[in-house]
Design a protein around this ligand. Structure first.
Ligand code: SF4
Length: 423
């Protein structure tokens, strides 16, 4: 199938999904309007009875008021019903068009209409899986390629892979590295600088996005820590900020037609059960619209942690020294997803580096009266870190310990040698 047909079908899938969700929203709004009309009718009935049983000027006014509210609610029901009918028609039209075009492109056959038996999802998965297997084609087709970089190990490998493919396709100039700054007090020192250096190594444009309120400000404002089910930190501080950049990039491109933006994230299936459910390539339905089709691409999706370290060693990629203390992720200093053991290590590393972060977080935890995690508080983490510190002394590590740990002594020695030569 020609690439332009594939992208056209993906956009039709986006339109059909968006029309369906608009239809569902209109349906919810119509139901709510109908409930409010019933409530207004009940109030009107009560006031009619009240007027009959005890006529007075006040009861007349109260009934007139109830009549007015009822008329408004009834008009709302009519308007919501009309909106739902329009949304339903648009959704049915989008499905019919999609179904027809998928059938003529032989992506869907027989009774696999878009909404029947998950036909649309099936088609989306098939089209994207084939495209994910052609990274060079995907890169060539994209008008802009954004690599979201936390400066962590998975991001740096994802970036290196994208750069190698983009270089081979002769379109390195399309690649932009984006770093979401979540607040100095929440991140390990040097993270932003490292993300910049990693981008500059390839001569790439580097953009920092930052929400007006950082991680700690967000927690203070809500009076709650985020958790795995409500990862507001990721959605508000990273995803929403990156989405603003899509608009800017599309404006800069100044295209007449819809732009294809490939947004790369260094996430891996092996990291967690929820990540395993994701796909290597997906339509970002929330960020896409008529002006841009945004595809989320996970170039390291199928790699294991050892594979990642192997690529870091093989490609002599620079990584943050936090990994050498055997903290597995370069996330926030205290990540809401980290285990107790990792958090204890993070506290001890803060003490070695002279960072005030443990006290800042424990103070905040006490002030808002909400535990950092359901299972334990940060105060307990700090308590355990003090006990370990007393028993074992301060944390010690050597440069290269992360590679030593994952790939062995020889690999670490070779990596450090190459890194020194490249410096
Ligand atoms: S690293 Fe953890 S705490 Fe920080 S933004 Fe991501 S999920 Fe939230």
């Amino acid at each position: 199938m020609h690439l332009s047909t594939r992208l056209h079908l993906l956009d039709l899938i986006r339109i059909s999904a968006s029309a369906e969700s608009a239809c569902r929203a209109a349906d919810r709004a119509a139901r709510k309007a109908s409930i409010r009309r019933k409530e207004a009718a009940a109030t009107r009935r009560q006031r009619r009875l009240a007027l009959r049983s005890a006529p007075s000027g006040g009861a007349v006014d109260a009934l007139a008021d109830a009549e007015r509210v009822y008329r408004e609610r009834a008009a709302d029901v009519d308007a919501a019903g009309a909106r739902w009918r329009r949304a339903f028609t648009a959704s049915a039209r989008a499905d019919a068009r999609l179904g027809g075009e998928l059938a003529s492109a032989r992506v869907l056959t027989g009774s696999d209409r878009p909404r029947a038996k998950g036909g649309r999802t099936k088609a989306e998965t098939a089209l994207l899986a084939e495209l994910a297997a052609m990274p060079a084609t995907l890169i060539e087709a994209a008008h802009a390629i954004l690599v979201q970089s936390s400066a962590g190990k998975d991001s740096v490998v994802a970036l290196d892979r994208v750069v190698r493919w983009a270089k081979a396709a002769g379109c390195l100039d399309k690649v932009v590295v984006v770093h979401a700054d979540i607040g100095e007090e929440a991140e390990w020192p040097g993270v932003r600088d490292l993300a910049q250096q990693q981008a500059e190594r390839y001569g790439l444009r580097f953009v920092v996005v930052k929400a007006s309120v950082g991680f700690l400000g967000m927690v203070e404002k809500r009076g709650l820590w985020p958790d795995a089910q409500n990862r507001l930190c990721t959605s508000t501080l990273k995803r929403d900020e990156a989405a603003k950049l899509f608009t800017q990039i599309v404006d800069e491109l100044g295209l007449d037609d819809q732009a294809l933006i490939v947004n790369c994230l260094g996430i891996r299936a092996a990291e967690s059960p929820s990540r395993r459910k994701k796909h290597e390539l997906a339509i970002d339905h929330r960020a896409s619209n008529g002006r841009r089709l945004v595809l989320t691409w996970h170039p390291v999706f199928h790699l294991s942690e050892t594979d990642i370290w192997q690529e870091i060693a093989d490609q002599t990629l620079d990584y943050h020294p936090v990994y050498d203390t055997l903290i597995p992720r370069l996330s926030c200093i205290f990540c809401i997803l980290a285990s107790f053991e990792v958090l204890v290590r993070a506290v001890r590393l803060c003490w070695v580096l002279g960072l005030p972060t443990p006290k800042t977080y424990v103070d905040l935890e006490q002030r808002i009266g909400h535990r950092f995690k359901n299972q334990f508080s940060l105060a307990q983490v700090v308590e355990e870190a003090s006990r370990r510190e007393a028993a074992e002394g301060p944390l010690i590590w050597r440069r290269g310990d992360a590679i030593r740990h994952h790939l062995g002594e020889d690999a670490a020695a070779a990596y450090l040698h190459r890194l020194a030569l490249a410096a």
